[in-house]
Design a protein around this ligand. Structure first.
Ligand code: TIU
Length: 223
């Protein structure tokens, strides 16, 4: 069993892959959050919401493991390096109060995962202080406990937290596929470049495929 993917078929293991949903939080997707404060057009990220919702529904129905992440810092910002906080030409910085509460701070209204993709009780919701989801989190232990070898990536933004996490996972031995329409960037050209650089050189970082092909492959293998 496999998913039709770039640069070639993605073989599916006996135990289903985990669906990883990166940082679909109000901070990045809604006006008034961190993404907006950085000067981005946050409306661009909406396109992947229904696609991820479909994958989430499929994953729940097929009993696949799921990891929801949020980029967040402690309220005292002790896990936010000054080099990160002071970066950029922002109206508001990490920890400053915006219309949805303090930007990128755990527990604030703006830090919540958007309603359409809210984790169900019992699903892993991982708080991550970095761009990569393995840095300073128990993600590796969680995946080992679940017995997962393959990861399907979705979320935002493609070239920042999604790509960073996929590269971290690749180095840890996971077979990684990025869902092409299940991820978005504020910069369409960076999204395309990320898809291309992941699959170049025979899949130097991993595979990519559209949601349709991913769901078809999952249904064949685990339905
Ligand atoms: N700024 C940007 O494109 N992304 C981030 O800061 N974090 C994530 O990608 N989640």
């Amino acid at each position: 069993m496999h998913i039709d993917a770039r640069p070639y078929a993605y073989a599916l293991p006996e135990r289903p892959p985990a669906l990883v949903i990166i940082d679909m939080q109000r901070d990045f997707v809604e006006p008034g959050g961190f993404g907006d404060a950085l000067g981005n057009d946050v409306g661009r990220l909406q396109a992947c919401v229904p696609v991820i919702a479909r994958l989430l529904a499929t994953a729940r129905r097929l009993g696949m493991p799921m990891i929801h992440t949020r980029e967040a810092h402690r309220p005292d910002l002790s896990d936010c390096p000054p080099s990160k906080r002071l970066r950029g030409d922002c109206r508001l910085r990490i920890g400053d109060a915006g219309p949805m509460g303090r930007l990128l701070v755990d527990g604030e209204p703006g830090n919540a995962i958007i309603e359409a993709l809210a984790p169900a009780p019992g699903e892993v919701e991982l708080v991550k202080p970095g761009k990569g989801a393995f840095y300073a989190t128990p993600l590796q232990e969680i995946l080992q406990q679940l017995g997962v070898s393959h990861l399907l990536f979705t979320g935002v933004t493609t070239e920042v937290c999604v790509q960073t996490t996929m590269r971290e996972a690749n180095d840890r031995g996971y077979s990684c596929l990025l869902v092409e329409d299940g991820t978005e960037s504020y910069f369409p050209e960076f999204k395309q470049a990320t898809l291309d650089m992941i699959t170049a050189q025979g899949g130097i970082v991993g595979w990519t495929a559209a949601c349709e092909a991913v769901c078809a492959g999952l249904e064949r293998a685990y339905g």
